[in-house]
Ligand binder design. Structure first.
Ligand code: TXA
Ligand code: MG
Length: 335
């Protein structure tokens, strides 16, 4: 167990955190999406420690965070017209672009791929930290591998206290789900991980069609198929899993509500602790903001079962469902 410094989001503490990053240490910090666990992206040894602290498979590449749009050119050989448009529309913000990488980025950071994911977060603490550290910052979500992503400082402490050099304790993350990952390597850009910036948003900015990785949100029959090869390596691992057994109910809102009520009563009669998760279908941003926090709450309450109602898979609802299906291990009941 290592000594973890608990820092505030003050100028002084951010400077101390930046020194830790520059010296090859690990710092957990807030972003607008989820908390990240940062290391100097150009220091293979530092990045190696991130995999160890999270218990993360080493073929799962990290997103490299920058504090100014100009810094993209230090990581990739050329900024194309499409990349330029997306940067102008969505940075700083919850968008990660997959682009060709320059060789100064170590293999450890990219999981050996010849591409790199780059993002400029929209959070004052993250931006000051990266700019003060004077290096690009590799940062996966600041959770233990397999657990729900952390959207509060408390979540981060639960997972990483004693495993990292410092944690910056700041306010809760506003977006609540991770950035949209968009692959810019092909003729047609492709979304590899959905987020609150949607396919429609990208198409409007680029004035051309954008593809969705066809494996996204596929149900188990497809998931277990040999041809299931998601293009973002991280998408294939067990993810976001609460301790409780989780079931997602799909169907008309009324039928789902009835079945959940009935099932909850049945389990409670058996002495089980049941947690019900459902969202207002009309406020998808609120659903994204709350989803991981609700899973973590269920764990803290010692829930045995989580019964969740599916959202319509459109717009941000598609992105929240992407997380929900994984958390439930694709345990779905159609009603
Ligand atoms: O919002 C976010 O993106 C957060 C905050 C901290 O910025 N970070 C985050 O990182 O979610 P992580 O490591 O938990 O997820 C990164 C995802 C993984 O699915 C990974 O496989 C994919 O992005 N990825 C990263 N680099 C890639 C690359 N070069 N090619 C394809 N997929 C990549
Ligand atoms: Mg993650």
């Amino acid at each position: 167990m290592m000594n973890t410094k608990l820092l505030k989001d003050t100028t002084e503490d951010i400077a101390a955190a930046a020194d830790i990053l520059a010296a090859g240490g690990l710092v957990a910090f807030p972003t607008e999406t989820v908390y990240g666990l940062g290391a100097n992206a150009l220091d293979a040894e530092a990045v190696g420690k991130v995999y160890a602290a999270k218990g993360r498979p080493s073929d799962n590449p990290m997103i490299v965070h920058i504090s100014s749009k100009d810094d993209l050119l230090a990581l990739t050989p050329e900024v194309t017209a499409d990349m330029q448009l997306l940067m102008e529309h969505f940075w700083p913000g919850p968008m990660t672009m997959i682009v060709p990488r320059l060789s100064l980025i170590p293999d450890t950071t990219t999981g050996g791929l010849d591409t790199v994911g780059v993002r400029m977060p929209d959070h004052p603490v993250a931006l000051s930290l990266i700019s003060a550290a004077q290096c690009p910052v590799a940062a996966p979500s600041a959770n233990l591998s397999g657990k729900p992503s952390p959207t509060t400082a408390k979540d981060v402490k639960e997972d990483l206290y004693g495993r990292v050099d410092a944690i910056i304790e700041s306010t809760d993350c506003q977006v609540g789900i991770e950035s949209t990952v968009i692959d810019m390597m092909g003729e047609q850009p492709m979304i590899l991980r959905p987020g609150i910036i949607t396919r429609e948003d990208f198409e409007e900015a680029l004035k051309k069609p954008v593809a969705l990785d066809p494996t996204l949100n596929q149900r188990p029959d497809v998931f277990n198929n040999e041809d299931f090869k998601p293009r973002a390596p991280g998408m294939k691992y067990k993810h976001y899993a609460p301790k409780a057994q989780m079931t997602v109910f799909e169907g008309s809102p009324q039928a789902v509500q009835e079945v959940i009520c009935r099932e909850a009563a049945k389990y409670r009669a058996e002495g089980k602790k049941v947690c019900v998760i459902s969202f207002d279908e009309k406020d998808q941003k609120a659903a994204a903001h709350q989803f991981f926090a609700r899973l973590r709450e269920a764990d803290r309450e010692g829930a045995d079962m989580i019964l969740a109602s599916a959202l319509p898979e459109e717009g941000i609802g598609f992105s929240v469902m992407n997380r929900m299906l994984k958390s439930a291990g694709y345990n779905i009941r159609k009603v």
